[in-house]
Design a protein around this ligand. Structure first.
Ligand code: IPM
Ligand code: MN
Length: 359
C-alpha cells in the first residue's frame, strides 16, 4: 500500500519519540512491501518561533494532502506561565483537530502483565484491564466562546454541544462496543450540566439502534473514582472533550506510565495519530522519553488502513521489548535504555534481525 504520512513532530520530546515511530513505520514498509512517504511540517511552539503562527497554512495543507497525520507533542514552558501570550502552541493542536474535523479521539488503555508491578494500583484490580476511551475532540468547553473582562477580573469559557456532534461520536463508540465486550459507559455530569443532559438524551436514543450493547451512565466524579477502584468494569467509555482529557490521563497510568498510551483522532475524512502525553519539557533532549506511545500510535495508524498484520507486528514487538525489560526509565527507574535504544530494538524485532542483543 502507498501511504503519504504527514509528520508533525512538534515540541519538546515530540521530535525524539516521533523519530522512533517513523523508524518503526519504515521497518514495517520494508518487511511488508509497502511504500510509506513522510512529509514533515511544523506545529506548536516550533511553528510560532518560525512563522509566528501555531498552525501555519502550509502545515495544514500538507496534512490535508496526506493520507494520515502522525503527531508528536506541542507545548513549551515559556508559554505556560504567561497568561498574556498572544499565541500559544496548544492553539495549533486545537486548530488542526478542528480543521481536520477529528471529532473522535480514541484512547485504548491496556495492561502488559509484565508491568502490573509498575502500576500505582494493586495487581488484582488491574490484571486484564482493557478500556477504549472515546473522547469527543472538536467541541465542548475547549472550543466555546471565551471571555475576559476588560479589567481582567472575570473570565468565562462556554461549553456547547449540538445533537449532531454527540451523534457522530456516539455511533462510532457503539460500533466499537459491538466489536468488544458490548458495554458502553457514558460519562457526564448530568446532575448539573445542561450539555450532559443533552448527551444522555441523544445517547439513550442512539442506544436503541445497538440493542446488543449495554449502556450505563456515570457522573464524571464517580468515574474518576471507579477508574481507580475497579477499572475492569469498563469496556467503552464515551465522554465529552474535557472529561475525556482528564480521565484518559488518569487511566493511562494504570498501565504503569503515560508513556505507553497512544491515541487515534478520526473524523469522516482525515485521521491523526498521537501519544496522549505532552511535550515533557524536563526530558527534552535527554533521550529518556518513552517512544512506545508514539510507536503504538503508528500501529493505530496502520489499523486505520486495515493493515492489521502490520499493526500486530508493531504491537508484538512492543510487547516483546517490555517483556525483556527493554524500556525507558519511566517504566523501570534503573533502566539505562534510551529513547532510540528502545526504538532500535523494536525496529530490529520487526525486521527479524536476530543479531540485536539485549545486553
Ligand atoms: C491532549 C492534550 C491537549 C488537550 C492539550 C495539549 C491542548 O492534553 O491531547 O490530551 O487538552 O487536548
Ligand atoms: Mn491531555
Amino acid at each position: 500500500m502507498d501511504l503519504k504520512i504527514a509528520v508533525l513532530a512538534g515540541d519538546g520530546i515530540g521530535p525524539e519519540v516521533t523519530n522512533e515511530a517513523v523508524k518503526v513505520l519504515k521497518a514495517i514498509a520494508l518487511r511488508f512491501g509497502h511504500d510509506f512517504n513522510f512529509a514533515e511540517a511544523l506545529l506548536g511552539a516550533c511553528a510560532i518561533d518560525k512563522y509566528n503562527e501555531a498552525l501555519p497554512a502550509n502545515t495544514l495543507q500538507i496534512c490535508q494532502e496526506a493520507d494520515a497525520v502522525l503527531l508528536g507533542a506541542v507545548g513549551h514552558p515559556k508559554y505556560d506561565n504567561n497568561p498574556d501570550a498572544p499565541i500559544r502552541p496548544e492553539q495549533g493542536l486545537l486548530a488542526i483537530r478542528k480543521a481536520l474535523q477529528l471529532f473522535a479521539n480514541i484512547r485504548p488503555i491496556t495492561i502488559y502483565d509484565k508491568l502490573i508491578p509498575q502500576s500505582p494500583l494493586k495487581a488484582d484490580r488491574i490484571a486484564g484491564v482493557d478500556i477504549a476511551i472515546y473522547r469527543e475532540l472538536t467541541g465542548g468547553i475547549y472550543f466555546g466562546e471565551k471571555f475576559l473582562s476588560e479589567d481582567k477580573t472575570v473570565a468565562s469559557d462556554l461549553c456547547t454541544y449540538s445533537v449532531k456532534e454527540i451523534e457522530q461520536i456516539a455511533h462510532m463508540a457503539f460500533k466499537a462496543a459491538q466489536n468488544r465486550r458490548k458495554k458502553l459507559t457514558l460519562v457526564d455530569k448530568a446532575n448539573v450540566l445542561e450539555t450532559s443532559r443533552l448527551w444522555r438524551r441523544v445517547v439513550t436514543q442512539i442506544a436503541t439502534e445497538y440493542p446488543d450493547v449495554a449502556l450505563d451512565f456515570l457522573f464524571v466524579d464517580n468515574a474518576a473514582m471507579q477508574l481507580i477502584l475497579n477499572p475492569k468494569q469498563f469496556d467503552v467509555m464515551l465522554t465529552e472533550n474535557m472529561f475525556g482529557d482528564i480521565l484518559s490521563d488518569e487511566a493511562s497510568v494504570i498501565g504503569g506510565s503515560i508513556g505507553l498510551a497512544a491515541s487515534a483522532s478520526v473524523g469522516d475524512t482525515y485521521s491523526l495519530f498521537e501519544p496522549i502525553h505532552g511535550s515533557y519539557p524536563a526530558a527534552t533532549g535527554k533521550g529518556i522519553a518513552n517512544p512506545v506511545a508514539s510507536i503504538l500510535s503508528a500501529a493505530l495508524l496502520l489499523e486505520h488502513f486495515d493493515l492489521y498484520d502490520e499493526a500486530a507486528a508493531i504491537k508484538n514487538a512492543v510487547a516483546a521489548s517490555i517483556d525483556q525489560n527493554f524500556c525507558t526509565p519511566d517504566i523501570f527507574a534503573d533502566s539505562t535504555y534510551s529513547t532510540s535504544d528502545v526504538g532500535d530494538f523494536i525496529e530490529s524485532l520487526i525486521l527479524g534481525n536476530e543479531t540485536f542483543t539485549n545486553s
